[in-house]
Design a protein. Sequence first.
Length: 136
Amino acid sequence: MTAIYQSRALANVAVEKLRVFAQPQRLMILSYLLGGERQVADIEAATGVTQPALSQQLAELRRADLVKTRREAKQVHYRLADDASALCVRTLEAMFGADDAPSAPTEPPRRPMQPREPAAATRPPNVGAAVFARIG
């Protein structure tokens, strides 16, 4: 597998996928589809995204190959396109989902102070915010 830093084309593909995920209504739809295949009416009821916005967002998700459709008479069913799409949504849910958030602020556990090595000794060279932010 090629690392993103080794390929501008791969980085461009990743950025485009992230752009699609970076819209609240689309992310809500994708999250709902983690539960399996759903009809449009179910997606609308669960997410609160109403027509025509729902149609626009579903079309964008189809164009980005994040969802697949199945037609049954007049009903259109949507599902996540593949395991990679599901993994991305699950990762975002793990990072930002409210289920793990504490209901009230808690005091962090206290740990005894221990001497640490200097940051330069533990960090590889050229790693940091300045290097990360550099666009080349």
